[in-house]
Design a protein around this ligand. Structure first.
Ligand SMILES: [Zn+2]
Length: 538
């Protein structure tokens, strides 16, 4: 290129081709940059969409957090409201609790007032501490069906006959038949004699004895009669002394049956049979003693749980120093004392605890002071904090003890006794007329005021004791027997126990030698089966 006139190099104007090429180049370049821009726009669009998505999720999270916060706030509010309500409910509960306590005390007072003579009163109240929890569950039918004793069809172990060589004694005495004979009295003729084995009990020793008895024939009608063996019931293998010793051990000394069987060298089954048959023979005497109860001036009564064949029952005892009547019954209802004493008015004083089963009887009642003392002690134990209860029970215990002690003072003459007894009665009633606040004290005061006629029979009649210790003492062996044997198996056992206990204990009460009395009774039964045995007890 050449410089122009100013010495400058002026570019030569481009040729057409050069211009076209230049334009084409520029066009290509702008196309490339447009493509670049498009790509950039795409990238931006994508990142915008991303950003939008992020924003959305961030917004969502914020909203969620807001909601959670709101919920938490609501819960806090609710909780504080609940707290308030709870506090209110607690206050109300406190008020109600006070009310319940007050009502409960009131109910207890009323119940105590009612309990005096309600027949359905719960058994085992305060008065029977030794039998507070005497009842087991009744046994199932299945286990009751399972009777004790030896296996059915076992080899007989009850009685072994012995030979003449083994015998300790041989008796050849032949006794004439008992009774009025046959057709005309004297028409019997001894045909032959037979021997039998009998176990006798002679002065503390067992004697295997070979005895002889006669076979007689009526000369008129030809009927056969067997003569008796001395002191042995027909069909029995033990003599009267043996039986008497068994009954004495079982019902006077009150040893358990198993021990009696061992001591008397006898099988238990034989022992039971012996006792059942004796109970049947002595049943009329039992009935006579039972009839005698109505004619007593004063009698103690008490009852204690007894079990019969897995069922709960009761032993009832009516006793004084002249007789003891036992009844084994399935019930503690007043039907039992009514069975003994009847519903008629009787000139009799019945000394009992506060059990209402005796209330329907039309007799004079005397409640036992020893039981009342127990009630007082229990009352003091139930409420050891109350000064009022303590003061009341202390005062009452003092007077009740004084009454029991006064009755023990045989050296006092009647005038002194009556003066002192009246003073004690006045003091007791004075304590029961004082104003009391405590429900239990008020209940006891009401009881003494309402049952006044059942509390002071002993004041006017020195022969009536103010406590039931005699009956309790009489029942104690029954309690012991119950604990050993857990009761009888079946009605037969109860019948046997009640008849034999009654007869033996009555003989004992009357100062008889139990063995002598029983032997005399058995001889009387043998000689004159229809005659009453009662005179032997008098
Ligand atoms: Zn005859």
């Amino acid at each position: 290129m050449r410089p122009d006139r100013f010495g400058m190099f002026t570019p030569r104007p481009p040729t057409k081709d050069e211009t076209i090429a230049d334009l084409r180049r520029r066009l290509e370049a702008s196309g490339r940059s447009a493509l670049e821009a498009n790509r950039e726009a795409d990238r931006l669009r994508t990142s915008l969409a991303d950003a939008k998505g992020r924003l959305r999720s961030a917004l969502f999270q914020v909203e969620q957090e807001r909601l959670l916060r709101l919920q938490a706030e609501r819960e806090r509010d609710l909780a504080s409201m609940e707290n308030m309500e709870l506090r209110k409910a607690l206050e109300e509960t406190e008020v109600l609790r006070g009310e319940v306590k007050r009502l409960r005390e009131e109910a207890a007072t009323l119940r105590r007032r009612l309990d005096g003579d309600r027949p359905g009163r719960k058994p085992f109240g305060l008065s029977t501490p030794s039998s507070l929890d005497p009842l087991k569950e009744n046994s199932s039918d299945e286990s009751r069906a399972r009777k004790g004793g030896a296996v059915q069809g076992h080899a007989p172990a009850c009685y072994r006959p012995f030979t003449e060589a083994e015998a300790d004694a041989v008796e050849c005495e032949v006794l004439p038949p008992v009774g009025d004979g046959c057709c005309q009295g004297e028409s019997l003729r001894l045909v032959r004699t037979l021997q039998d084995t009998v176990r006798r009990y002679v002065r503390g020793h067992f004697r295997k004895t070979l005895v002889t008895y006669g076979v007689f024939e009526c000369t008129i009608c030809g009927r056969t009669h067997f003569g008796p063996v001395r002191d042995v019931f027909p069909g029995m293998k033990h003599d009267f002394h043996y039986v008497a010793e068994v009954l004495k051990l079982a019902f006077a000394d009150l040893l358990p049956y198993g021990q009696v069987a061992r001591m008397m060298n006898i099988n238990k089954g034989t022992l039971f049979n012996m006792m059942h048959s004796m109970a049947l023979r002595l049943a009329p005497l039992y009935e006579e003693i039972k009839g005698e109860v109505r004619h007593q001036h004063c009698i103690h009564a008490d009852e204690t749980p007894w079990r019969e064949d897995g069922h709960n029952g009761y032993t009832w005892l009516f006793t004084n120093d002249w007789l003891s009547l036992f009844l084994f019954r399935g019930t503690r209802a007043s039907s039992v004392p009514l069975e003994v004493l009847g519903g008629d008015r009787l000139p009799l004083t019945l000394v009992t605890d506060r059990y209402s089963g005796y209330s329907p009887l039309n007799v004079r009642h005397q409640y036992c002071y020893v039981h009342l003392m127990r009630d007082m002690k229990k009352m003091a134990e139930n409420d050891p904090a109350s000064a009022e209860v303590r003061a009341f029970t202390d005062a009452m215990l003092c007077e009740l003890k004084a009454a029991v002690a006064l009755q023990g003072r045989k050296e006092l003459d009647n005038a002194e006794y009556f003066r002192e007894a009246l003073a004690i009665q006045a003091r007791i009633m004075d304590i029961c007329h004082r104003d009391a606040i405590d429900g239990a004290v008020r209940g006891m005061q009401d009881f003494f005021r309402e049952k006044r006629e059942c509390l002071f029979q002993w004041v006017g009649d020195r022969t009536i004791p103010c406590h039931n210790n005699d009956a309790e003492r009489g029942l104690r062996p029954v309690v012991v027997a119950r604990k050993i044997s857990m009761g009888c198996q079946g009605e037969k056992g109860m019948f046997t126990r009640e008849v034999l206990s009654t007869v033996v204990q009555t003989a004992k009460a009357r100062g008889k030698d139990v063995r002598d009395f029983l032997v005399a009774a058995m001889r009387r039964m043998m000689e004159a089966p229809k005659e009453s045995l009662y005179p032997l007890l008098c």
